[in-house]
Write a protein that binds this ligand. Structure first.
Ligand code: 9MR
Length: 322
């Protein structure tokens, strides 16, 4: 997959946990088939920065460092996930003991430290993850409004601040906002689009949009796929890159019919990305159903026993121009 996609200048990525690298089959498929990886959990605030800055040892870089080493050894790119999110945060952040000013300083120093450490190693960052509600309003989070970093009720201003801190630390990393349920045109993608348009106009350092694409077979409808395509196009027209960041296709069962439908949907998404010059990354959220947040959702390209599913061929075919 990685070689076929390289001809289209598309990176093929997957989410990774370092502990899985000890499984030879896992490591082999990862390095043979993928040109990019992203830590599934290791760079989230709670994991990488579990203790406050007053602690002698506030950070734990062991997981992401192991993944950087693997990526470099196999000439893979690495994507960073994620600097600002409402989930997987440490108690010292969520506990309510920090003033907006302290929280502001904590986030600034977090972004500087983490982005700075991986400058030149991580080529793109999900700076802010899942900042919007499905109705397009801003999600209430500790960063936004409880107590917030000082921009409560100012819409996307805290996102702008996080992007500026990231850019000031690594001028070359591509900076993304990432979300789920924003693949097609609707309230959520409209809100992200309005923010992105404003950011581009004011030269806020936003380089691209991550579309997670956790979906099920209901996405396999012409209306949904057409809307997806049109949505990507409007973001591309703003001069933004597009990364598909977390694709999986959840199934109710793994009957041959379901697996074939899943395959078709993967193929359709690869075709749509391949047809959009601004779409530079197609990443799946894990690759084997053995290690998937969906558990019994059968969502990925390899089954629990590392056997390729029909989705693998369907994913590869458009990349080979077939
Ligand atoms: O796959 C991740 C799982 O191992 C974690 O337990 C979970 C915690 O919330 O996060 C999962 O990854 C999420 C990603 O970081 C953001 N988008 C949704 C992903 C699936 O839940």
């Amino acid at each position: 997959m990685r070689d076929a996609a390289a001809r289209h200048r598309i990176l093929i990525g997957t989410a990774v946990e370092p502990s899985y690298l000890a499984e030879p089959e896992y490591a082999k498929i990862l390095s043979d088939e993928f040109s990019m990886l992203e830590p599934e959990n290791n760079l989230k605030f709670g994991q990488v920065h579990p203790r406050p800055d007053t602690d002698p040892n506030p950070y734990d870089f062991s997981g992401p460092d192991a993944l950087v080493a693997f990526a470099q050894a196999h000439k893979m790119k690495m994507r960073g996930h994620t600097l600002v999110w409402h989930n997987q945060q440490p108690r010292w952040v969520t506990g309510g003991g920090l003033t907006p000013d302290q929280l502001n300083k904590a986030l600034q120093s977090h972004i500087k430290t983490v982005v700075g450490r991986y400058a030149g190693k991580i080529f793109a960052w999900d700076v802010v993850n899942e900042a919007f509600n499905d109705d397009g309003s801003m999600r209430h989070t500790v960063w936004y409004d409880r107590p917030g970093i000082g921009f409560a009720d100012q819409g996307a201003a805290y996102i702008e601040q996080a992007l500026r801190w990231a850019r000031a630390t690594d001028r070359r990393a591509k900076l993304f906002v990432n979300d789920y349920g924003a693949e097609t045109i609707g309230k959520k993608s409209d809100a992200i689009y309005a923010m992105a348009k404003d950011f581009r106009k004011r030269r806020v350092p936003l380089d691209g949009i991550g579309f997670q694409l956790h979906c099920d077979l209901s996405f396999d409808r012409p209306e949904a796929l057409d809307s997806f395509k049109a949505n990507l196009q409007r973001f591309a027209d703003l001069g933004l890159d597009i990364h598909i960041t977390e694709m999986d296709v959840r199934l109710r069962n793994n009957s041959p019919e379901s697996l074939d439908q899943q395959a078709k949907l993967y193929g359709d998404v690869v075709k749509i990305c391949g047809g959009q010059p601004r779409c530079k990354v197609i990443q799946i959220w894990g690759f084997t159903d053995k290690h998937s947040w969906l558990r019994n959702g059968h969502g990925l390209l390899w089954d629990e026993n590392y056997q390729k599913k029909p989705a693998y061929d369907a994913f590869l075919r458009p990349l080979l121009g077939k």
